[in-house]
Write a protein that binds this ligand. Structure first.
Ligand code: AMP
Ligand code: MG
Length: 334
């Protein structure tokens, strides 16, 4: 079976994934997550983690997929956006494999890959994407041949906000899943009606999260029930994303909304998005959680679409671009 290999290394995750070259099969990613001992992501330490894990990860993946070296038809990698030292590791590994096997190299826009794997797995056609991840929070829609950013966070990504709050109350990285668990057990015991009054920041189609982060930490430090703070933090920050998603649907006339990024693993944001979409006669979609978080499979899937459209990356153009924007990549594939 011919496959397109995908390499993800924008931030904390180093991952190899693959799709079959004919687009029929989607193969599970093999990923390793860098977890800082304390504090946030240190880009150089994350890059060291990626270097150290790359060989065993790739060997494990190839064994698991039962593919031979000669089955690899092309290598796609995240060219940006992301942390420079981390991106450089993925780029170097991709270039080495491409040269060693003499197969095409495809530099991929990471944010666009989140959209394309979502479309591939859910069957939605022309969605508004609510991209809620660690470093990015954007509302994106396709117009005039590009994925346009209609709105985004004005400060930190929603996932980073959750991780920082988690860290402040002693939850190790990544904080999002444990915050969801604590909110859920609080609701099971106390119901969901009562929420704390935390700052809600929507500015047109943009959002902001540093205000709510500071207020939530202050409540927790003052001795407020942590479960209640987690519940309130989810309700209010997710509501701001869903409001902007709804505004984007209204402005563009699109009826589908697709969730992507690690925070899209959260059941509550899915439920809120679903409610909003069905109230306006639309539909909400999200891929399996393994394809919401950063993963190599989504990079492979976008690489496959690009290669099918005759797009590949010359070695001289394969440098990484940490500040690559979603709308800098023309959509030349189906
Ligand atoms: P990404 O940057 O797309 O790989 O996503 C990582 C981010 O997703 C981190 O900030 C996590 O805290 C967050 N995350 C993962 N699972 C959940 C969850 N169940 N609820 C909220 N956030 C989550
Ligand atoms: Mg991501």
């Amino acid at each position: 079976m011919g496959v397109i290999l995908g390499i993800e290394s924008t931030a904390h995750t180093f991952s190899f994934g693959a799709v079959s070259s004919d687009g029929k099969d989607v193969l599970a990613s093999h990923s390793s997550l860098y977890r800082p001992e304390e504090g946030g992501i240190h880009p150089r330490e994350a890059a060291d983690h990626h270097v150290e894990s790359s060989r065993t990860l790739l060997e494990g993946a190839i064994l698991d997929w039962s593919v031979a070296k000669s089955d690899i038809d092309a290598v796609a990698f995240s060219q940006g956006p992301g942390l420079g030292p981390c991106l450089r590791v993925g780029g170097s590994v991709a270039r080495s494999i491409s040269m060693a096997l003499d197969v095409p190299l495809i530099g991929v826009n990471h944010c666009v890959a989140h959209i394309e794997i979502g479309r591939r797995m859910t069957g939605c056609i022309d969605p508004v994407l609510l991209y809620v991840s660690g470093g990015n929070t954007q509302v994106i829609a396709r117009a005039s041949g590009r994925y346009r950013v209609l709105g985004e966070t004005l400060d930190i990504g929603i996932g980073n906000m959750l991780d920082k709050f988690g860290r402040a109350i002693g939850i190790p990285f990544p904080g999002g899943p444990e915050i969801e668990r604590r909110a859920q057990s609080y609701i099971e015991e106390n119901g969901s009606d009562h929420i704390l009054d935390l700052p809600y920041a929507v500015h047109g189609t943009d959002m902001a999260f540093s205000g709510i982060l500071g207020a939530a930490i202050a409540h927790a430090k003052k001795g407020e029930n942590h479960g209640l703070v987690c519940h309130s933090l989810q309700e209010i920050s997710f509501a701001s994303c869903v409001e902007v998603g709804e505004r984007a649907m209204a402005l563009t006339g699109k009826s589908e909304i697709l969730l992507g990024g690690g925070v899209a693993c959260n059941k509550r944001i899915r439920e809120m998005t679903q409610t909003m979409a069905s109230e306006r006669g639309g539909s909400a979609y999200w891929p399996d959680w393994r394809l919401c978080i950063d993963n190599g499979t989504m990079i492979a899937e976008l690489g496959r679409r690009m290669l099918d459209a005759g797009i590949y990356t010359k070695l001289s153009d394969s440098g990484i671009d940490p500040s690559l924007r979603t709308d800098m990549t023309p959509i030349l594939w189906a």
